[in-house]
Design a protein around this ligand. Structure first.
Ligand code: NAD
Length: 254
């Protein structure tokens, strides 16, 4: 059991990668605090974990709301006594060139994808600092490193998360806290299904062009990213600090 007795908070764990990580972390012995904006999806993740004999608690919170994120953290600490791992996973997609994107759409993606990493970190860090240990995993993307058509707003948020990760690591290394980033390629989740519908007149042709872009010529599965998150959450990655970890089927070389 690679996460035996670890207390792990995963944001956006009602779907896709976050859900897959929640199931895997629980199977590896963790108590998982499942966060999501969508209550029914979050509760479904908890039910799946409990059906497998694992321990999980759903806590509703919008990761852009300080009051809700603070209350979520306090509830988790009151229930489990500490938080060992924070996986800042919640995020949304964005499609469009800059002259097409409306300001309110720009603001929302910045809020969820960047502030949604800052706020859970802000409230969880003091608990980790007090104990002198912890692992934070921030969800970036390979688009932080490559130019992709009509993904400017999304790429800007994921580049920001990567920069944030490195500076966070420097600030919190003295407290025994590790902060690393995941950079997935295209992973087949509801998020990508939405993206395909919005970005392409013919989603099947869109899917084929994305496949070609990855050296593997395949899309990733949520489990591929969950395994990488498990590594960063566990002590197996004790010597990784402020690192970008690619799980992209070679997309950065495509
Ligand atoms: P998903 O849409 O399947 O899941 C995201 C979850 O986050 C949803 O359950 C949603 O309800 C939740 N969420 C959204 N806004 C929230 C908020 N304000 N507060 C709390 N929860 C909120 O998406 P996914 O594909 O699993 O993506 C998860 C993360 O991985 C995102 O940050 C995404 O940018 C990143 N990512 C995904 C891919 C991919 O190809 N799927 C690639 C690179 C990075």
């Amino acid at each position: 059991m690679r996460l035996h007795d670890k207390i792990c908070l995963i944001t956006g764990a009602g779907s896709g990668i976050g859900q897959s990580a929640a199931l895997l972390f629980a199977a590896e012995g963790a108590c998982v605090i499942v966060n999501d904006l969508d209550e029914s999806k979050g509760e479904a993740t908890v039910e799946a974990i409990q059906a497998d004999g694992g321990t999980a608690l759903f806590v509703h919170a919008d990761v852009t709301r300080p009051d809700e994120v603070s209350a979520m953290t306090e509830r988790a600490v009151a229930r489990f006594g500490r938080i060992d791992v924070l996986f800042n996973n919640a995020g949304i997609s964005g499609v469009g060139t800059l002259h097409e994107i409306e300001p309110d759409v720009w603001d929302r993606i910045m809020e969820i994808n960047i502030k949604g990493v800052y706020l859970p970190s802000k409230y969880v860090l003091p608990h980790m600092m007090e104990r002198g240990q912890g692992s934070i995993i921030n969800m970036s993307s390979c688009v932080a490193e490559i130019g992709l058509a009509r993904r400017a707003s999304y790429a800007a948020t994921k580049g920001a998360v990567l920069a944030l990760t490195k500076s966070m690591q420097v600030d919190y290394a003295p407290y025994g806290i590790r902060v690393n980033a995941l950079l997935p390629g295209t992973i087949l989740t509801p998020f990508v299904e939405d993206y395909l519908r919005n970005a392409y007149d013919d989603p099947e042709a869109g899917l084929a062009s994305i496949r070609k872009r990855q050296l593997s010529e395949q899309l990733g599965r949520p489990e591929d990213v969950a395994q990488a998150a498990l590594f960063l959450a566990s002590d197996d990655s004790r010597f990784m600090m402020g690192s970008p970890l690619y799980i992209d089927g070679g997309a950065v070389f495509g």
